[in-house]
Write a protein that binds this ligand. Structure first.
Ligand code: EPU
Length: 336
């Protein structure tokens, strides 16, 4: 079914809870409805608003907002120890993780409690605790608006990288993702190498799926603010990728600086949260916006902030980190 709304308050549809109005918003339940939807509302000016967890609205929204609502999870094939699952774009990501853990299927447990919908997961290649969604995605189903046709894109053509995909570049604004197909495994494969994960899992009695999920949920809850209480969009910034020499120069001055290897030779990923923290901004507040007290990578709406206030605050954070470390961090959230 297609549901159309006019002049709708989108405060509850964005996790930052900034108060903006959308001129037109349309929800749809099934991919097959998209040709009719675009025929009716036009193909020229639209934007997909999924769970609204990675977007910052800074103005009232003129383009047609399109929200996918297909919330079906279906097993499509069993291949030996592997299970292929088709997931509608409107499935709440963490409901999918919970579904998989209940069925003893491995692959996405480290991605527990990431806010957002399954259809948005490939766009920024969501990741946490050493796992990225690209590790399980086999293909992504979408509607190609210009051509008016449906496409299934295999994972190797999705241009996945750290918080990157083709959906942020050549396919941006051209497709509506309708489903993803992921491959899970019946064989245990605990990945506990990141930060406190191993300790938290051991404290729960060992590496079962349920224990890993519980440990990850508990680590996230201890660091990341609950959007129901404090508006935010998770990590506001990406962790910057810099030349090895830059990292070494900084490490000479800050021996405790965290850094991570990347797939690109000669490049290292730094922790934006650490850079912001070391710039003295953790817990810093101005008006209705602040840097979260427990995780400096997260900006929070302390109540009633507009998107404009959040973005102005973010620019100050970027400038302070640039001044202190000479590194330019950039937003991970989509600014509209
Ligand atoms: N750090 C600080 N101060 C802070 C925050 C972090 O010193 O205020 C240090 C930490 O001590 C650690 C390092 O920075 O040494 C990295 O911090 P953390 O492990 O918390 O992870 P992150 O790099 O800040 C990334 C993802 C998160 C994901 C975690 C865990 C990005 C942009 N963010 O954060 O994803 O949950 O790793 O894997 O890559 C999100 O995208 O919304 C998100 C929350």
């Amino acid at each position: 079914m297609i549901r159309f709304y006019e002049d709708i308050d989108i405060t509850p549809r964005n996790s930052f809870h900034v108060r903006q109005v959308a001129k037109r918003l349309v929800e749809f339940d099934r991919a097959e409805e998209l040709p009719e939807l675009f025929a009716k509302y036009g193909t020229s000016d639209w934007y997909v608003l999924s769970g609204g967890n990675n977007v910052l609205f800074t103005v009232d929204i003129e383009p047609l907002l399109i929200t996918p609502c297909d919330d079906r999870i279906e097993v499509v094939a069993y291949e030996g120890d592997k299970v292929r699952v088709k997931v509608g774009a409107g499935v709440e990501w963490d409901d999918l993780v919970s579904w998989a853990v209940e069925r003893e299927l491995w692959g996405i447990e480290n991605l527990s409690l990431i806010p957002g919908k399954a259809g948005a997961a490939p766009v920024q290649n969501i990741g946490a605790y050493g796992v990225e969604v690209k590790d399980v995605i086999r293909n992504v189903e979408m509607y190609f608006v210009e051509g008016g046709n449906f496409i299934t894109l295999a994972a190797e053509h999705c241009g996945f990288g750290y918080r990157e995909s083709v959906f942020k570049h050549s396919l941006k604004g051209r497709v509506v993702i309708t489903a993803i197909e992921i491959e899970l495994s019946k064989v245990a494969n605990p990945r506990l190498g990141y930060g406190d994960v191993v300790r938290e899992v051991e404290a729960r009695g060992g590496a079962t799926l349920a224990n890993i999920r519980d440990a990850i949920c508990s680590i996230r809850r201890s660091k990341l603010p609950d959007t129901a209480v404090l508006g935010n969009a998770g990590s506001f910034f990406k962790n910057p990728i810099v030349e090895q020499e830059v990292a070494e120069r900084l490490r000479a001055e800050y021996p405790d600086m965290p850094s991570y290897p990347t797939q690109e030779e000669g490049k290292v990923k730094l922790a934006a949260g650490w850079l912001i923290d070391k710039s003295g901004l953790k817990g810093y507040k101005e008006g209705n916006v602040g840097v979260h007290e427990r995780q400096a990578l997260v900006l929070v709406n302390l109540g009633g902030a507009t998107g404009g206030e959040v973005i102005a605050f973010a620019h100050k954070v970027v400038a302070r980190v640039k001044e202190k470390f000479g590194i330019e961090i950039s937003p991970e959230v989509n600014v509209l």
